[in-house]
Design a protein. Sequence first.
Length: 193
Amino acid sequence: MKTREKLIEVGAQVIALEGLRNFTAKNLGNKLNISDAAVFKHFPTMEHLAIEIIDRYTLECMYNIDKAIEEGGNAIEKLARVIDTHIQLLEDTRGVIPILCFEFSRSSNEEIKTRIFSFLNEYAEKISGILVEGMEEGLIRKDIDISEVSLSFIGFMQSRVVMWFLRDRKGPIIRDPETVKKVFLEGLSEKCK
C-alpha cells in the first residue's frame, strides 16, 4: 500500500479512535514510521488529508448503498438491503464513517462541515426516495413523516456506533441485525399499522 493510502487509512483510524485533537502530522508520522514533513509531501495541509478521508469513506458508503438499491425489488426489499449494507459497512470499517461525521461536524472548517452535511443529506434523500416508492406501492405507511424516518434511521446507526465505542469497541457494533431490520421494516409496514 502506498504511503498516501496508508495516511488516509491511519488518519481515519486516529480520528475515530483518538479524536481530532490527535489528528496531527506528528502522530500520523509516528504511526507510519515517517517524519511529519513526509506527511506534507502527500497532503499540503491536514485539512486536505481530512477532506480526502471524508470523501473516501463517504463515497464508499454511498456506492454500496446505491448498489443495494439498484438490485431492485420492492421498497421493503430495498430497505432491508440498505440496512444490511449499512450494518456491514459499520462492521467492516469498525464504525469509522459515523465517528468521522460526528468528529468533523464540530470542525471550524466550513468545507469539511459542508461535505459531511451533503453526505448525510444525500443518504437521507435516498432513504426518503425508497419510502416514497413504498408508499406508492402500498407497502409503507402513509401516516409517517418521511424526513423524520430517514433521519431517525441514520441517527439510530450513529447511536449504535457511539455505544460500541463506549463499550470499549468490544463485540459487533450491531449485536442483532435481524432485530434492527424487524423494528424498522415492521414499524414502516402498511400491514402493521
